[in-house]
Design a protein around this ligand. Structure first.
Ligand code: NDP
Ligand code: OXD
Length: 305
C-alpha cells in the first residue's frame, strides 16, 4: 500500500476527487493519499512549483516526484532532489495548448484585429491569404509542439519544426534554427527554459525572421530577450507578439509589454493541467513504480527538461 503525499496544497480541492478515482482505475484503491505525512513513510510525492515542500532530503524512501506541471525549471536544479522526477504530459493540457496556439495563429493569419477594432468603420475588402501561404515555425517539437504542428498542418499551414535532436520532418542545430527562423511568418516558441534556451530569441536571431513576422510565446518568458523584442517591434522587424509567459509573473504593472500596441499579453493561461486527465497520468506512473516498470515522462536532469 504506497503512501502518496499530495504536496501542492493550493491544488488539493481540484484533485481530491479525480485522484482517488484514477488510483482506483489503475488498481491502486488501497493507496494512502495524504496531504501531510511523516517523510520517512512517503513513497511518491505529487508536486507543483508553488509547493511549500522544497527540501526533499528527508523523503529517503520516495520512489519518484511527480510534477503537475509540464515545465520543470523550478524544481530540476533543486540540489536536495535525488529521487526520479517525472514531468506532466497531460492530454487535457495538450488540448488546451493546441487551442491557444491555433486560436492565436488564426487571429493573426486572418487579421481579425482589423475588423474587431475598427472605430472608423472602414470597409477594407482585402482578403487574407490561405493558410497554405502562411508558413509557421514551431521551436520545440516535444509533446506540445508536435501536437500544435499536427493541428496547424491539418488547417494547411506549412509548418517547420525545430528541436534539439534530429527528428523526421523537422530541423535541428544552429543551421536548422537559421532556416526555421528565416521562413517563419508566424513563430511559436514551445521550448523549455534551460541554460541552452535562455535568450534564444536575441537580436541576431530576431533579425533572421521575415520582416513583420508574428511571435507567439506560450513556452517560457526567458526564451526571449525582452529588450531585443521591444526593439524589433519598434523597428517593424517583428509585427506583433502574443506573449503568455514572462520572466516575472504576474507581469509587473509597469512593464512595457502591457501598453505596447503591438503586444498582446495573456496571463499564463495558454494551457493548464486538467485534474481529471492529469490524475490518470499520475496514477499510471504510481502503478508503474509499484510494478517495477519504467516511469513515463522522466526528466533528464543533465538536459534540464
Ligand atoms: P517536451 O519536453 O515534450 O518538449 C520540449 C521540446 O523542446 C523538445 O522537442 C526538445 O527537443 C526541445 N528542446 C529542448 N531544449 C532544446 C534546445 N536547447 N534546442 C532545441 N530544442 C530544444 O516539453 P512540452 O512540449 O511538454 O512543453 C514545452 C514547454 O511548454 C514546457 O517546458 C513549458 O515551459 C511550456 N508550457 C507552457 C504552458 C503555458 O500554459 N504557457 C503549459 C505547459 C507547458 P528534443 O525533442 O530533441 O528533446
Ligand atoms: C506548465 C505550465 O509548465 O503551466 O505546466 O506552464
Amino acid at each position: 500500500m504506497p503512501t502518496i503525499l499530495f504536496a501542492a496544497p493550493a491544488l488539493w480541492s481540484e484533485y481530491r476527487d479525480p485522484l482517488p478515482a484514477a488510483l482506483a482505475e489503475a488498481g491502486l484503491s488501497d493507496a494512502r493519499l495524504v496531504t501531510e505525512a511523516d517523510p520517512a513513510e512517503v513513497d511518491y510525492i505529487i508536486y507543483a512549483p508553488a509547493s511549500p515542500l522544497q527540501d526533499f532530503t528527508p523523503y529517503s524512501r520516495a520512489k519518484a516526484v511527480l510534477n503537475l506541471w509540464a515545465g520543470v525549471e523550478r524544481i530540476v536544479g533543486n540540489p536536495t532532489l535525488t529521487q526520479p522526477l517525472c514531468r506532466m504530459v497531460d492530454p487535457g493540457l495538450t488540448e488546451g495548448m493546441v487551442e491557444w496556439v491555433v486560436g492565436h495563429t488564426l487571429r493573426h493569419h486572418l487579421g481579425m484585429d482589423r475588423h474587431i477594432v475598427n472605430p472608423g468603420h472602414v470597409w477594407d475588402p482585402t482578403c487574407p491569404p490561405l493558410a497554405r501561404e502562411r508558413p509557421v515555425t514551431i521551436l520545440g517539437m516535444g509533446a506540445l509542439g508536435s501536437a500544435c504542428a499536427a493541428a496547424l498542418r491539418a488547417l494547411n499551414f506549412p509548418v517547420t519544426g525545430w528541436s534539439r535532436t534530429a527528428k523526421p520532418g523537422s530541423l535541428h542545430g544552429e543551421d536548422g534554427l537559421r532556416q526555421a527562423l528565416s521562413r517563419a511568418a508566424i513563430l511559436v516558441t514551445l521550448l523549455p527554459k534551460t541554460p541552452e534556451t535562455e535568450n534564444l530569441l536575441n537580436a541576431d536571431r530576431l533579425a533572421l525572421l521575415p520582416r513583420g513576422a508574428v511571435i507567439l510565446n506560450p513556452g517560457r518568458g526567458a526564451l526571449i530577450d525582452d529588450e531585443a523584442l521591444l526593439a524589433a517591434l519598434e523597428s517593424g522587424q517583428v509585427g506583433q507578439a502574443t506573449l503568455d509567459v514572462f520572466r516575472v509573473e504576474p507581469l509587473p504593472p509597469d512593464h512595457p509589454y502591457w501598453s505596447h500596441p503591438k503586444v498582446t499579453v495573456t496571463p499564463h493561461i495558454a494551457a493548464d493541467t486538467r485534474a481529471v486527465t492529469a490524475a490518470r497520468v499520475i496514477a499510471e506512473n504510481i502503478r508503474r513504480g509499484e510494478a517495477g516498470e519504467p516511469f513515463l515522462h522522466l526528466v533528464d536532469r543533465g538536459r534540464g527538461y
